[in-house]
Design a protein around this ligand. Structure first.
Ligand code: FES
Ligand code: FES
Length: 157
């Protein structure tokens, strides 16, 4: 067992962990943050995507004991008392979710992309989210939602 202290959505968390547990495990089972979804658990689907130290990662592939001092953002950390994050709102406005299983991962991929490239082309959005699978095949509206925020709403009204 190892004790690690990490920051999750701005809150410091101290956890004593067995070495085999993943970031996805501790988010869902220890911290009650179930936004990151358990899909393939093999790095293939992106349902478990969170932002770790500013970069999107498949949390099913990250061992939690390696995270001492890390900063993690999950979908629960977006938005606030004033309402949804603009990208969450764009997903609602553009009907970019069906069952919703891929949605937290897609939104966090969108956040990560826009942080590094505030005005991506449609091709760049598609390329960036290409590792995240939507089994409902709602890709068109997901790209539309990210593009709506990308251009401050200018390109897609
Ligand atoms: S559950 Fe992590 S990539 Fe599929
Ligand atoms: S909305 Fe169902 S998996 Fe994407």
């Amino acid at each position: 067992m190892k004790t690690v202290t990490l920051t999750v959505n701005g809150q410091s968390e101290k956890l004593t962990l067995a070495p085999h547990r993943t970031l996805l495990d501790i988010l869902r089972e220890d911290l009650g943050l179930t936004g990151a979804k358990r899909g393939c658990e093999a790095g293939e689907c992106g349902a478990c995507t969170v932002i770790l130290n500013g970069k999107p990662v498949n949390s099913c592939l990250v061992l939690a004991v390696e995270l001492d001092g890390a900063e993690v953002l999950t979908v629960e950390g977006l938005g606030g008392p004033e309402g949804l994050d603009p990208l969450q709102q764009a997903f609602v406005d553009n009907f970019a979710l069906q069952c919703g299983y891929c949605t937290p991962g897609m939104i966090l991929m969108g956040k990560a992309l826009l942080a590094q490239n505030p005005r991506p082309s449609e091709a760049e959005v598609k390329e960036f989210i290409s590792g995240n699978l939507c089994r409902c095949t709602g890709y068109e509206n997901i790209v539309k939602a990210i593009m709506a925020v990308a251009a401050g709403g200018e390109r897609h009204g």
